[in-house]
Write a protein that binds this ligand. Structure first.
Ligand code: NAP
Ligand code: SF4
Length: 668
């Protein structure tokens, strides 16, 4: 595999071309205990074969701090950083620290930027940097690079993408200066050049320098293709040893890493950049499997691949790819739910499909003291996680699933545009069970007596069933449950009313309106849907989006008042909102359901009766736990744990289900 051809990056020889990209964990601003956790996290990924890893961002000075997770690279922090680098070096890994000055994205009052132009995603207005501020900042970058080497890092990644300070200088959108740091492109690129040159001077050949360049800005007033290539050549000349890439500013209104983005959708930008330089270029964004990563290199679109979230999902991504065990990789499903949504809420990162991330020591599986016969009832993700974890600890596990396939609610979710990859999570967990000697029995409903007689412990993961709300006419033939629609058991008519606007109501609306769109899987269709100009002729690379054609006329309803989509993810909800708006989905809040009949759904809205004419009314009104076995099993002699949706259906999500299952498997 090309992924495992060694590659030289400045003074370093890397074993392979898989880079674990920078990702804030929320631990960077902590003390020794948090750095111990970081050390465990990075060490696991070094052991897991990553060719190179990059830490979350550390600011070269206090103004550049992100705010919510203020993390600086200064003398006081050196001993903490050494905890990380010692752990990585002991595992034979290589690690860079990212130096990130947030500029106008800093979430504190002392923020600075090339010009006093507030970011649309920040309430604080920046102060325009003086010439002295700029010169001091260049020194600070150089000093941070020097400290990085003293701390034991193999190099630094200078953050020049995603709309942070260096990008802000590069683009007219944010740089309105008239001195030698603004105006012409050469002037706007001066700071990036000077920062790289100063870092090089500071560290000589004691470490490598990566420059993370914005390969595509996706904001008006961003860079053109020509400027991006020119910037790449300039930073190479200034001393950068490799280019890592970022796509889109944080304020861009085009998704860049969400499920709406097809796999490897942005490698066209890296491919062009590669022609501008002779140093290695790493591609990023939505590269989540070993096959895809290899394909990017095979097509010559990049010299290396940089994956961030996939390394949260599976510490051993690289080793599994190397050993031909790509199907065993626990694939990142791009939900952002447990990682970025948490980080942007000021919490520590987790991972929906891997509860052990940043808790490697705490959740390390220990072999069972006494191997026991364990029954896991229910093959949704909670049951799968429990069965896999328990089997790997040496228990004799039998997983029972009533349906003829595994996955439960996750299987239904896989039908939603952008979520097809969910089936990989199911097959990966099933593979773990089989590899650990467990047994999977499909289409089987064991009785409490059978379980009591043949097992020493039972884990009940019988999940949930859709709630049927109490509305007059609910038995009308036009009424369907979401699982019937998503599984294909029923098809929806042209006019649809959806009762319930939680995650599933939104998903079903998307399923209906985007059924024939290929925007979630085909990069060209994605670009035309979101308005991306692959040639980046206009600054920022934006183009006129092509309006989607939808088959269904959908009305989404909820009883509560207030904004729709409040329960959706912080970093992904806006994408769904835009998608449904463009599909013409009508949203009605604060309604009272009155009745359903042959003409449709009658509701009371704003004090008046209203008819929503509908051929199909889909119930997305939450779920209730399935607990048939709980009572009879409680009366038996065996140990019983109830997990996942069976334990708590309200606000059930896959993250809690997998965590519950994993914890049950670790403790049974
Ligand atoms: P949910 O988010 O709890 O939403 C259920 C909806 O049903 C609510 O909007 C509620 O709205 C309505 N409802 C509840 N009881 C009702 C009743 N008796 N009659 C009429 N309407 C009723 O649950 P979900 O949509 O089923 O999702 C299940 C879980 O999966 C959630 O945790 C969700 O976050 C997660 N999920 C997440 C995503 C994602 O993209 N992150 C996608 C799918 C699912 P009103 O009370 O306002 O009417
Ligand atoms: Fe990927 Fe979701 Fe895990 Fe984040 S939480 S790493 S997006 S699977």
């Amino acid at each position: 595999m090309r992924l495992f051809d060694p590659i030289r990056v400045g003074p370093l020889e890397l074993d392979n071309r898989i880079v674990m990209g920078s990702m804030h964990t929320g631990l960077e601003s902590g003390g020794e205990a948090e750095f111990q956790r970081l050390a465990g996290y990075f060490q696991a990924r070094a052991k897991g074969g990553a060719g190179l890893m990059v830490t979350g961002g550390f600011s070269p000075n206090s103004e550049g701090n992100l705010g919510a997770h203020a993390a600086e690279l200064n003398e006081a922090a050196l001993s903490r950083h050494r905890i990380v680098t010692d752990a990585v070096r002991a595992a034979g890994g290589k690690i860079f620290v990212q130096i990130l000055h947030a500029g106008r994205y800093s979430k504190h009052k002392d923020l600075v930027a090339p010009s006093a132009v507030r970011a649309p995603i920040n309430k604080f207005e920046p102060r325009e940097m003086s010439e002295a501020d700029i010169l001091r900042t260049i020194d600070d970058f150089g000093h941070a690079a020097e400290l990085a080497i003293q701390a034991g890092y193999h190099g630094v990644e200078i953050m020049g993408s995603e709309g942070y300070l260096l990008t802000q200088f590069l683009c007219q959108r944010t740089n309105r200066r008239e001195d030698e740091w603004g105006g012409t492109f050469d002037n706007r690129a001066r700071l990036a050049r000077e920062v790289v040159a100063r870092a090089r001077k500071a560290i000589g050949d004691a470490g490598a320098i990566a420059f993370r360049i914005s390969a595509l800005d996706l904001v008006e007033g961003g860079s053109t293709a020509e400027e991006i290539s020119a910037c790449a050549a300039m930073v190479e000349a200034a001393g950068a040893d490799m280019l890592t890439t970022g796509i889109g500013w944080h304020e861009a209104r085009v998704p860049t890493i969400a499920q709406a983005v097809p796999p490897a959708a942005f490698t066209f930008a890296t491919a062009r950049l590669r022609k501008a330089v002779s140093i290695p270029v790493a591609a990023s964004n939505r590269i989540n499997t070993a096959e895809l990563a290899e394909d990017v290199l095979a097509k010559g679109e990049a010299d290396m691949v940089m994956l961030a979230r996939p390394f949260l999902a599976d510490a051993a991504f690289a080793a599994k790819a190397r050993d031909g065990r790509g199907s065993e990789i626990n694939v990142c499903i791009a939900c952002n739910q447990a990682c970025l949504d948490r980080i942007f809420s000021g919490k520590t990162t987790g991972c929906l499909v891997n509860p052990a991330v940043t808790r490697e020591a705490e959740l390390a599986p220990k072999p069972a003291k006494h191997a026991r016969q364990i029954a896991v009832i229910g093959g949704g993700v909670a049951g799968l996680a429990a069965a896999a974890t328990a089997a790997e600890r040496g228990h004799a596990v039998t997983l029972f699933e009533a349906a003829d396939k595994l996955g439960g609610q996750f299987n239904l979710a896989a039908r939603i545009p952008g979520k097809a990859i969910f089936t990989r999570t199911i097959s990966q967990m099933a593979g773990r069970i089989e590899q650990a000697g467990g047994t999977i029995r499909l289409s089987t409903r064991p009785t409490p007596t059978e379980i009591g007689a043949n097992f020493e412990a039972a884990i009940l993961a019988t999940g949930v069933t859709p709630r049927t709300p109490d509305i007059e006419g609910i038995d009308h033939p036009s009424v369907a449950r979401y699982d019937e629609i998503l599984s294909g058991a029923r098809t929806a008519g042209q006019r649809v009313a959806i009762i319930g606007a939680g995650g599933i109501g939104f998903d079903v609306a998307l399923f209906l309106t985007e059924q024939n769109s290929r925007a979630h899987e085909d990069p060209a269709a994605f670009r035309s849907y979101w308005g991306i100009d692959a040639a980046i002729t206009d600054a920022g690379g934006l183009a006129e989006p092509v309006e989607p054609r939808t088959q269904h006329q959908v009305t989404l309803l909820k009883r509560s008042d207030g904004r729709f989509g409040r329960s959706l993810g912080l970093t992904t909800g806006w994408v769904h909102q835009i998608e449904l708006k463009r599909a013409g989905v009508e949203m009605l809040a604060d309604v009272t359901y009155q009745r359903i009949d042959e003409v449709g759904l009658h509701v009371e809205s704003e004090g008046e009766s209203r008819l929503i004419e509908a051929d199909t009314i889909i119930l997305c009104a939450g779920q209730v736990s399935v607990l048939d076995l709980a009572e009879p099993l409680a009366a038996s002699e065996i140990e019983v744990q109830v997990i996942g949706g069976a334990k708590l259906a309200g606000e059930l999500d896959a993250e809690r289900a997998i965590e519950d299952g994993t914890l049950a498997g670790l403790t049974v």
